[in-house]
Design a binder for this molecule. Structure first.
Ligand SMILES: Nc1ncnc2c1ncn2[C@@H]1O[C@H](COP(=O)(O)OP(=O)(O)OP(=O)(O)O)[C@@H](O)[C@H]1O
Ligand SMILES: Cc1ncsc1CCO
Ligand SMILES: [Mg+2]
Length: 261
Protein backbone atom coordinates (compact mmCIF):
# COMPACT_ATOMS: atom_id res chain seq x y z
CA UNK A 1 0.00 0.00 0.00
CA UNK A 2 2.69 2.51 1.01
CA UNK A 3 4.87 1.85 -2.05
CA UNK A 4 1.92 2.53 -4.35
CA UNK A 5 1.14 5.65 -2.36
CA UNK A 6 4.68 6.99 -2.85
CA UNK A 7 4.53 6.27 -6.58
CA UNK A 8 1.11 7.90 -6.91
CA UNK A 9 1.88 10.98 -4.85
CA UNK A 10 5.45 11.49 -6.07
CA UNK A 11 6.53 13.45 -2.96
CA UNK A 12 9.13 16.20 -3.22
CA UNK A 13 12.12 15.41 -1.00
CA UNK A 14 14.38 18.33 -0.12
CA UNK A 15 17.84 16.84 0.34
CA UNK A 16 20.70 18.67 2.00
CA UNK A 17 23.20 15.86 1.62
CA UNK A 18 26.85 15.19 0.97
CA UNK A 19 28.79 15.66 -2.27
CA UNK A 20 29.70 11.96 -2.52
CA UNK A 21 26.14 10.66 -2.78
CA UNK A 22 24.21 13.51 -4.36
CA UNK A 23 23.70 11.92 -7.79
CA UNK A 24 23.01 8.45 -6.37
CA UNK A 25 20.44 9.90 -3.95
CA UNK A 26 18.63 11.85 -6.67
CA UNK A 27 18.54 8.80 -8.96
CA UNK A 28 17.45 6.50 -6.15
CA UNK A 29 14.52 8.77 -5.28
CA UNK A 30 13.51 8.97 -8.93
CA UNK A 31 13.74 5.19 -9.26
CA UNK A 32 11.44 4.79 -6.26
CA UNK A 33 8.93 7.29 -7.63
CA UNK A 34 9.69 10.38 -5.55
CA UNK A 35 11.05 13.79 -6.68
CA UNK A 36 14.43 14.96 -5.41
CA UNK A 37 15.57 18.54 -5.00
CA UNK A 38 19.02 19.34 -3.68
CA UNK A 39 19.25 22.89 -2.29
CA UNK A 40 21.67 24.47 0.16
CA UNK A 41 21.59 28.25 -0.18
CA UNK A 42 20.65 30.33 2.82
CA UNK A 43 18.37 32.38 0.56
CA UNK A 44 16.04 29.51 -0.33
CA UNK A 45 16.30 26.57 2.08
CA UNK A 46 13.50 27.69 4.40
CA UNK A 47 11.10 28.23 1.52
CA UNK A 48 11.87 24.88 -0.09
CA UNK A 49 11.83 22.89 3.15
CA UNK A 50 8.41 24.20 4.05
CA UNK A 51 6.80 23.06 0.77
CA UNK A 52 8.58 19.69 0.59
CA UNK A 53 7.10 16.33 1.62
CA UNK A 54 10.17 15.68 3.77
CA UNK A 55 13.58 17.24 4.50
CA UNK A 56 16.78 15.18 4.65
CA UNK A 57 19.75 16.56 6.61
CA UNK A 58 22.90 14.48 5.93
CA UNK A 59 26.15 15.87 7.39
CA UNK A 60 28.53 13.72 5.30
CA UNK A 61 30.65 16.56 3.88
CA UNK A 62 29.72 19.23 6.38
CA UNK A 63 30.94 22.74 7.01
CA UNK A 64 29.88 25.03 9.83
CA UNK A 65 28.00 27.22 7.34
CA UNK A 66 26.16 24.25 5.87
CA UNK A 67 25.00 23.17 9.32
CA UNK A 68 23.71 26.71 9.97
CA UNK A 69 21.62 26.43 6.81
CA UNK A 70 20.43 22.93 7.76
CA UNK A 71 19.13 24.37 11.02
CA UNK A 72 17.31 27.16 9.16
CA UNK A 73 15.76 24.57 6.82
CA UNK A 74 14.94 22.21 9.70
CA UNK A 75 13.19 24.90 11.72
CA UNK A 76 11.15 25.95 8.67
CA UNK A 77 10.18 22.30 8.12
CA UNK A 78 9.13 22.05 11.78
CA UNK A 79 6.91 25.12 11.47
CA UNK A 80 5.27 23.66 8.34
CA UNK A 81 4.79 20.15 9.77
CA UNK A 82 7.27 18.63 7.30
CA UNK A 83 9.10 15.54 8.66
CA UNK A 84 12.87 15.91 9.09
CA UNK A 85 15.32 13.01 8.67
CA UNK A 86 18.81 13.37 10.14
CA UNK A 87 21.75 11.20 9.00
CA UNK A 88 24.67 12.01 11.33
CA UNK A 89 27.34 10.64 8.97
CA UNK A 90 30.60 10.02 10.81
CA UNK A 91 29.33 11.17 14.22
CA UNK A 92 31.87 9.83 16.68
CA UNK A 93 34.69 9.96 14.12
CA UNK A 94 35.52 13.56 15.05
CA UNK A 95 34.19 15.81 17.84
CA UNK A 96 33.14 18.29 15.12
CA UNK A 97 30.75 15.77 13.57
CA UNK A 98 29.37 14.68 16.94
CA UNK A 99 28.87 18.27 18.08
CA UNK A 100 27.25 19.42 14.84
CA UNK A 101 24.85 16.45 14.92
CA UNK A 102 23.92 17.34 18.49
CA UNK A 103 23.47 20.98 17.52
CA UNK A 104 20.92 19.94 14.91
CA UNK A 105 19.18 17.62 17.39
CA UNK A 106 18.98 20.46 19.94
CA UNK A 107 17.63 23.07 17.55
CA UNK A 108 15.47 21.06 15.16
CA UNK A 109 12.71 18.58 15.97
CA UNK A 110 14.08 15.58 14.12
CA UNK A 111 11.40 13.03 13.14
CA UNK A 112 13.73 10.21 12.07
CA UNK A 113 17.35 9.66 13.12
CA UNK A 114 19.06 7.21 10.71
CA UNK A 115 22.59 5.98 11.17
CA UNK A 116 24.80 2.97 11.67
CA UNK A 117 25.35 1.70 15.20
CA UNK A 118 28.60 3.58 15.77
CA UNK A 119 27.07 6.91 14.76
CA UNK A 120 23.96 6.52 16.89
CA UNK A 121 26.00 5.26 19.85
CA UNK A 122 28.25 8.32 19.77
CA UNK A 123 25.23 10.65 20.01
CA UNK A 124 23.91 9.06 23.18
CA UNK A 125 27.31 8.71 24.77
CA UNK A 126 27.50 4.92 24.51
CA UNK A 127 30.88 3.34 23.88
CA UNK A 128 30.88 2.73 20.09
CA UNK A 129 32.15 -0.83 19.96
CA UNK A 130 29.31 -2.46 18.12
CA UNK A 131 30.82 -5.03 15.79
CA UNK A 132 30.83 -8.76 16.31
CA UNK A 133 28.57 -11.76 16.15
CA UNK A 134 24.99 -11.38 14.93
CA UNK A 135 23.18 -11.80 18.21
CA UNK A 136 25.41 -9.38 20.03
CA UNK A 137 25.02 -6.77 17.30
CA UNK A 138 21.27 -6.83 17.19
CA UNK A 139 21.02 -7.19 20.97
CA UNK A 140 23.11 -4.06 21.47
CA UNK A 141 21.37 -2.24 18.67
CA UNK A 142 17.92 -2.78 20.14
CA UNK A 143 18.94 -0.97 23.31
CA UNK A 144 20.70 1.67 21.23
CA UNK A 145 17.70 2.33 19.01
CA UNK A 146 15.31 2.54 21.96
CA UNK A 147 17.54 4.88 23.92
CA UNK A 148 18.15 7.18 20.95
CA UNK A 149 14.43 7.37 20.19
CA UNK A 150 13.63 8.27 23.79
CA UNK A 151 16.46 10.75 24.18
CA UNK A 152 15.73 12.65 20.96
CA UNK A 153 11.97 12.08 20.92
CA UNK A 154 12.07 10.63 17.42
CA UNK A 155 11.94 7.38 15.50
CA UNK A 156 15.43 5.90 15.32
CA UNK A 157 16.70 3.65 12.54
CA UNK A 158 19.93 1.82 13.37
CA UNK A 159 21.15 0.03 10.23
CA UNK A 160 23.48 -2.92 9.85
CA UNK A 161 23.11 -6.62 9.13
CA UNK A 162 19.79 -6.40 10.97
CA UNK A 163 18.09 -3.00 10.91
CA UNK A 164 16.45 -1.87 14.14
CA UNK A 165 13.66 0.71 14.20
CA UNK A 166 12.18 2.14 17.39
CA UNK A 167 9.92 4.93 18.54
CA UNK A 168 11.18 4.47 22.11
CA UNK A 169 8.57 1.85 22.99
CA UNK A 170 7.96 -0.40 20.01
CA UNK A 171 10.95 -2.06 18.33
CA UNK A 172 11.02 -3.75 14.92
CA UNK A 173 13.93 -5.72 13.47
CA UNK A 174 14.26 -5.98 9.67
CA UNK A 175 16.10 -9.07 8.45
CA UNK A 176 16.53 -8.06 4.82
CA UNK A 177 19.41 -6.61 2.81
CA UNK A 178 22.72 -7.93 1.55
CA UNK A 179 26.37 -7.31 2.52
CA UNK A 180 27.00 -5.90 -0.98
CA UNK A 181 24.97 -2.87 0.08
CA UNK A 182 28.07 -1.91 2.08
CA UNK A 183 30.32 -2.22 -1.02
CA UNK A 184 28.54 0.61 -2.82
CA UNK A 185 29.06 4.08 -1.42
CA UNK A 186 26.07 5.92 -0.05
CA UNK A 187 23.50 3.17 0.42
CA UNK A 188 22.96 4.35 3.99
CA UNK A 189 22.67 7.94 2.75
CA UNK A 190 20.15 7.03 0.05
CA UNK A 191 18.17 5.05 2.63
CA UNK A 192 17.65 8.27 4.62
CA UNK A 193 16.13 9.91 1.54
CA UNK A 194 13.98 6.84 0.79
CA UNK A 195 12.65 6.87 4.36
CA UNK A 196 11.84 10.54 3.70
CA UNK A 197 9.70 9.59 0.71
CA UNK A 198 7.70 7.07 2.75
CA UNK A 199 7.17 9.33 5.77
CA UNK A 200 6.11 12.13 3.39
CA UNK A 201 3.04 10.10 2.40
CA UNK A 202 2.41 8.54 5.85
CA UNK A 203 2.98 11.37 8.32
CA UNK A 204 0.59 10.05 10.97
CA UNK A 205 2.75 6.97 11.66
CA UNK A 206 6.44 7.63 11.11
CA UNK A 207 7.61 4.33 12.59
CA UNK A 208 5.32 2.33 10.31
CA UNK A 209 6.55 4.31 7.29
CA UNK A 210 10.19 3.74 8.31
CA UNK A 211 9.64 -0.02 8.77
CA UNK A 212 8.11 -0.21 5.30
CA UNK A 213 10.90 1.86 3.72
CA UNK A 214 13.73 -0.14 5.29
CA UNK A 215 12.21 -3.53 4.40
CA UNK A 216 11.52 -2.42 0.80
CA UNK A 217 15.14 -1.23 0.56
CA UNK A 218 16.51 -4.52 1.90
CA UNK A 219 14.38 -6.57 -0.48
CA UNK A 220 15.70 -4.43 -3.37
CA UNK A 221 19.26 -5.21 -2.22
CA UNK A 222 18.54 -8.95 -2.19
CA UNK A 223 16.94 -8.87 -5.64
CA UNK A 224 19.84 -6.85 -7.07
CA UNK A 225 22.35 -9.35 -5.67
CA UNK A 226 20.42 -12.27 -7.18
CA UNK A 227 20.69 -10.63 -10.61
CA UNK A 228 24.35 -9.57 -10.48
CA UNK A 229 26.30 -11.93 -8.21
CA UNK A 230 28.24 -13.31 -11.19
CA UNK A 231 29.18 -9.82 -12.40
CA UNK A 232 30.19 -7.78 -9.37
CA UNK A 233 29.39 -4.65 -7.43
CA UNK A 234 29.43 -2.18 -10.35
CA UNK A 235 26.54 -4.07 -11.89
CA UNK A 236 24.99 -4.47 -8.43
CA UNK A 237 24.78 -0.69 -8.01
CA UNK A 238 22.85 -0.35 -11.27
CA UNK A 239 20.67 -3.36 -10.55
CA UNK A 240 19.86 -1.91 -7.14
CA UNK A 241 18.48 1.26 -8.76
CA UNK A 242 16.55 -0.94 -11.19
CA UNK A 243 15.01 -2.89 -8.32
CA UNK A 244 14.00 0.28 -6.46
CA UNK A 245 12.08 1.09 -9.64
CA UNK A 246 10.76 -2.39 -10.50
CA UNK A 247 9.79 -3.90 -7.14
CA UNK A 248 6.10 -4.39 -6.66
CA UNK A 249 4.15 -4.05 -3.46
CA UNK A 250 3.34 -7.75 -3.69
CA UNK A 251 7.02 -8.79 -3.89
CA UNK A 252 8.01 -6.52 -1.01
CA UNK A 253 5.26 -7.90 1.19
CA UNK A 254 6.16 -11.49 0.32
CA UNK A 255 9.91 -11.16 0.84
CA UNK A 256 10.23 -8.80 3.77
CA UNK A 257 11.20 -10.29 7.13
CA UNK A 258 10.04 -8.03 9.93
CA UNK A 259 10.06 -9.07 13.56
CA UNK A 260 8.30 -7.11 16.28
CA UNK A 261 10.46 -7.32 19.42
N1 LIG B 1 25.86 -7.12 6.75
C1 LIG B 1 24.78 -6.67 6.12
N2 LIG B 1 23.90 -7.52 5.58
C2 LIG B 1 22.81 -7.08 4.94
N3 LIG B 1 22.51 -5.77 4.76
C3 LIG B 1 23.34 -4.87 5.30
C4 LIG B 1 24.52 -5.25 5.99
N4 LIG B 1 25.15 -4.14 6.41
C5 LIG B 1 24.40 -3.09 5.99
N5 LIG B 1 23.31 -3.52 5.32
C6 LIG B 1 22.28 -2.68 4.69
O1 LIG B 1 22.96 -1.65 3.98
C7 LIG B 1 22.24 -0.44 4.02
C8 LIG B 1 23.14 0.69 4.53
O2 LIG B 1 23.36 0.48 5.89
P1 LIG B 1 24.75 0.83 6.61
O3 LIG B 1 24.58 0.47 8.04
O4 LIG B 1 25.88 0.20 5.86
O5 LIG B 1 24.76 2.40 6.45
P2 LIG B 1 25.96 3.42 6.53
O6 LIG B 1 27.07 2.82 7.33
O7 LIG B 1 25.45 4.70 6.96
O8 LIG B 1 26.37 3.49 5.00
P3 LIG B 1 27.00 4.73 4.16
O9 LIG B 1 27.68 5.63 5.13
O10 LIG B 1 27.93 4.07 3.18
O11 LIG B 1 25.90 5.42 3.45
C9 LIG B 1 21.02 -0.72 4.90
O12 LIG B 1 19.92 -0.98 4.07
C10 LIG B 1 21.39 -1.98 5.68
O13 LIG B 1 20.28 -2.76 5.99
C1 LIG C 1 32.76 8.53 1.70
C2 LIG C 1 32.08 9.66 2.33
N1 LIG C 1 32.80 10.65 2.94
C3 LIG C 1 32.03 11.60 3.46
S1 LIG C 1 30.38 11.34 3.22
C4 LIG C 1 30.68 9.90 2.38
C5 LIG C 1 29.59 9.11 1.79
C6 LIG C 1 29.21 7.94 2.59
O1 LIG C 1 28.48 8.22 3.67
MG1 LIG D 1 26.23 6.53 6.86
Amino acid sequence: MLLTKVRNENPLIHCMTNVVVTNFTANGLLALGASPVMAYANEEVAELASVAGALLLNIGTLSKEQIDNMIIAGQAANRAGVPVILDPVGAGATPFRTNMSKRILNQVEVSILRGNAGEIASLIGVEASVKGVDGAISGDNVALAKQAAMEFNCVSVVTGEVDIISDGTIVHAIHNGHPWLTKVVGTGCLLGAVIGAFVAVWKHNLAEAAVYAVSYYGVAGEAAFARTQEEGIGSFQQAFLNELHLLTEETVERKRRIKAL
